[in-house]
Structure formats: structure tokens, C-alpha cells
Write a protein that binds this ligand. Sequence first.
Ligand SMILES: Cc1cc2nc3c(=O)[nH]c(=O)nc-3n(C[C@H](O)[C@H](O)[C@H](O)COP(=O)(O)OP(=O)(O)OC[C@H]3O[C@@H](n4cnc5c(N)ncnc54)[C@H](O)[C@@H]3O)c2cc1C
Length: 401
Amino acid sequence: MIDFELTPQEQATIAAAHQEAEELLRPISRYYDEHEHESPEELINTLWERSLAGGDTGGMLGLGIGAVLRIEETCWGDAGLMLCNPGSGLGGAAVLSTGTREQMGRILARFNEGKPKWGAMAMTEPGCGSDTSAITTTAVRDGDEWILNGEKIFITMGKRAIVDSDGIVVVWATVDKSAGRAGIKSFVVEAGTPGMRLEKLEKKLGIRASDTATIVFDNCRIPFDNILGSPEVRKVEEGQTPGFKGAMATFDATRPIIAAMALGVGRAALDFIRETFAEEGLPVRYGLPRHELTAVERDIMDMEANYKAAKMLMLRAVWLMSQFKPNSLEASMAKAKAGLAVTKIAQKAVELMGPLGYSRKYLLEKWMRDAKINDIFEGTGQINMLVVARRILDYSREQLK
Ligand SMILES: Cc1cc2nc3c(=O)[nH]c(=O)nc-3n(C[C@H](O)[C@H](O)[C@H](O)COP(=O)(O)OP(=O)(O)OC[C@H]3O[C@@H](n4cnc5c(N)ncnc54)[C@H](O)[C@@H]3O)c2cc1C
């Protein structure tokens, strides 16, 4: 039976996350939006101290329902600042979903001690994003080491992971180009490894508080044991899907997280619009027949329905994961729905506010900019729809692309 009921302790941590979002994030939200590449040091240190004191191993590691709802609350505060939250992040999620127990202990221990640290995940390249089979970064075995060569772009928290801290980057690379997707493996590269360098930082539309980096690997040598999952290349026959433990399994863990992030931004816009209209004497009149509602009320209710549908899908994907059940279909459904829903919710909220929605007086225009990324990273909306269609219809990649 699916059970989304929260324990009193989970409810308390979610309430605390909301308060933290309101008191720590919202007041500095505009500043870091307007000062891209400046680092919110005070916030980072506060969040790190709290996570160490609370035994939270790094923001995204406790992949239960309580954890994703906390992420939603934090993104209600500010999605870009949420990504600055020190911890193992998407890199940690990759280690958790595909690493061994030994690797989890060895690689993730750093996120429980010392100074703030970050984990990043590097898949995208100048010539490859949606189509992972086009990855050109190579990993060549040389005795007890792998040698990585290639360029990764648009890496969230890439600078903080490798320049500002002793963090990690999980890098997707091919060990056998002729094997296509089956040859793609993920590797953990630790900050300070010779041959890995930060090349540049992006200037972006939204989530400006988070850094988005280009990282180059030039004969970068890492220990053999830093490969996540098996080094063996199992060729995938036509019609088959790769095993659950492949690098792709990372997405089953990360897509629901992105859906939760999206929901936080969407709810920020929804709360704002409801409260603003109520203050102006136009509260949403729930319970009336639809034909008696104003167009604005109907719009807000449609936005709420979309938000709730996305949330149910997100919760289902996370619940399955927490039960160690396959969730690829549900993870992609949640991500596709949430990314699109919040993009539309934020845009509609700006529209309903008229010119004030476009003004920097309010954070609403920022949330519209922040919302869109959720429909792009960790698989675009179109790609997640493709995954959903393939899974439902039982089609292979070759049959439906
Ligand atoms: C702010 C930001 C942060 C990011 N963080 C990370 C990160 O931490 N790590 C990382 O590895 N990457 C990251 N990315 C990269 C992101 O994941 C990719 O941009 C995304 O996967 C799309 O890949 P692409 O850029 O190659 O676009 P393309 O694959 O070229 O897609 C371009 C357009 O074509 C559509 N399209 C492509 N193929 C199909 C198809 N078969 N059917 C229908 N439509 C299709 C796409 O949906 C999209 O609309 C980030 C990007 C941004 C903007």
C-alpha cells in the first residue's frame, strides 16, 4: 500500500525547512539573483553547521518523502540558493544509486565533517545532452587507474565542488565507444585531482545563485575503484533495456528531486498570487460552482490542480524508490509533469499580476525565470515524455526516438 503519511518528526522538519526558507533565503533572494557568481558565504556556513549538527549527510541523500518535501520547502524560499546548500547533491545521489557500500562510505564520508563541500554530476558535453550515447569523454584503464579525457559543460555546482571545496564530481564517460550506451559508466573524481580544471562559469536566465561550470579533464587519473557500478561492458541487444544498476539509474533518484525543486518554485508563485489577490479583496472562493467563479479564480484553481497532480506523481516516484522498487517510469512522469506544470504556473501568475508581475518589485518574475530550468536539466520535458511513452508502450529506444 502506498503511504504518504508523514511522521510527526517529518512534519516538524518540513515546518523547520519552511521557516528556514522564509527567514534565511527569501531576504537574500533578490541580492544573489542580481549578483551572479557571488557566494552566499554566511548562508552556506549556517546550513553546513546545521547539517553537521543534525547528522544530515548532505542535503539530497535521505531520499525519502520527508527529504524531498524539505527540498520543496527550501526551493519555495529560493531554488538557486537551495542548490548552494552544501552537501553531496546530485553527485551523492549518483553514488547512492550505483555505488557499492564501500564506495558510499569512502566517498561520502567527507560530507559529514570539516568545511562545507559539494557534489556535482557531469554528463552534458558540447556535443551531447539528451542523447547520452553521444558522450565522447573517455575513460581508459591503465593498471590501477582510469585516465579521463573530455569536456563537460553546464555542471551545476561544478565550481563549488572542485574549486571552493574538497567535493566530488561524478563524471559520465565511455569505456568503449563501439558499445554505445552500454559503454557509458560513471566515475567519481575528487577535488584537487591533477588534470581536472574549471574552464568557465555560465551567466544564466534563472537560478543565478547556483554556479554552472565547464570542467575539462585532461589526462586526469583517478583510482580504478572510483568507477560506480561494474566496469564490465554488457552490450544491449535490440529491444532490451539496460540493467537497473547502469549509470542511467542515477536519473531514477535525481528526477524526483528535480520535480520536488520545481514544485517549490511553483508553490511560491501560487502562494504569492493567492495572497496578493486576497489582500486586494479578491480571495479565491473555493466550493462555488465553476460557472460562478471569475476567470481568475478558475485560472488559480487550474494552477493548483496542476501543482497537486505533479506533487502526487513526485511522491509516488519517491515512495517507490524508498521501497527499493523500480521507479524509472514514475520518476520520468513526475519530472515531465512538474517541469512543465511549474513553468506554466509561474508564467500564468506573472500574467495574472499584469505589469506588476513583470516588475522587479516582486520576486514573481524571478520565479518565472527560475521555473524553466526544471523543464531542462535531468532530461528535458520532451525526453522524459519519450521515456514515459517507451515504458508504457514497451518500445525500445530504437523503436521510439
Ligand atoms: C542551468 C543548467 C544546469 C545544468 N546542470 C547540469 C548538470 O549539473 N549536469 C549535467 O550533466 N548537465 C547539466 N545541464 C545540462 C542539461 O541537462 C542539458 O542541457 C539537457 O539535458 C539538454 O541537453 P542539450 O543541452 O544537449 O539539448 P539537446 O539534447 O540538444 O536538446 C535541445 C532541444 O531538443 C529537444 N530534443 C532533443 N532530443 C529530442 C527527441 N529525441 N525528441 C524530442 N525532442 C528532443 C530537447 O527536449 C530540447 O528542447 C544543465 C543545464 C542548465 C541550463
